[in-house]
Write a protein that binds this ligand. Sequence first.
Ligand code: NDP
Ligand code: 8X3
Length: 248
Amino acid sequence: MIVFITGASSGFGAEMARTFVKHGHQVVLAARRLERLDALAAELGDSALPLVMDVTDKDAINDALALLPQSWRQIDVLINNAGLALGTQAAHEAPLADWETMISTNCTGLVAMTRALLPAMVARGGGLIINIGSVAGSYPYPGGNVYGATKAFVEQFTLNLRADLVGTGVRATNLAPGLCGGTEFSNVRFKGDDAAAAKVYEGTQPLTAGDIAETAYWLATLPPHININHIEMMPTCQGFSPFTIKRQ
Ligand code: NDP
Ligand code: 8X3
């Protein structure tokens, strides 16, 4: 298989690349940080192709895809993983620019990548799109405002892809994890405050990027007549909050 992974320079994306290559597949490694992609490609050898791309820039997506060598163009699996959360401020305090960045990456970028690669999958009569959502798309929490809303978009877009793709042989799944450590997610969310990022995982045994990679690999190797619409996974130590009630 040829697997196109966005956000491959770190976290889930890098681990998914390692997992697919370990099982004999080829991976296109897409992200903005070239030096990270080059380092991972050097680790993975000829089965990995780095491709610098900012998913928020549709011209950059098209330019990058045009650089794919002929033998790398038949993408079997697209993993729309590039994404981020910024901040945990309440809605009336969060910078609008942060909200715009989350929407342009987690929603617009994911849609643009899908639109770019989907027609060839439909024409070939097969393929799989794995969108990386989040439990934040299903359950609200204070400060989750726009991040959670972008992941709710990912859920509904994936279901609507399914609605459109019935009969084409192309599959789509929303893979929605909960608390997952060992990635740069919280370092990005807390804008380089690594102490605040580390606190998120204190005293927990979170999911790992390896857990997500194994799940993505399982999805991609299911028989073609099976479509998993949605997978939600949490570490055992994570649960749900009670409703907040402000008492007089
Ligand atoms: P990381 O921060 O480690 O990885 C995010 C990746 O996205 C990086 O490779 C980054 O690469 C890439 N990226 C960010 N913006 C862009 C952009 N504009 N264009 C291209 N690539 C971009 O976080 P995770 O691995 O933890 O997160 C991966 C996905 O999983 C995200 O969608 C996140 O929302 C989701 N998720 C994470 C959870 C967690 O607890 N960790 C739980 C649930 C979901 P670069 O900066 O080089 O461009
Ligand atoms: C990341 C999980 O709970 O931090 O999507 O929103 S959470």
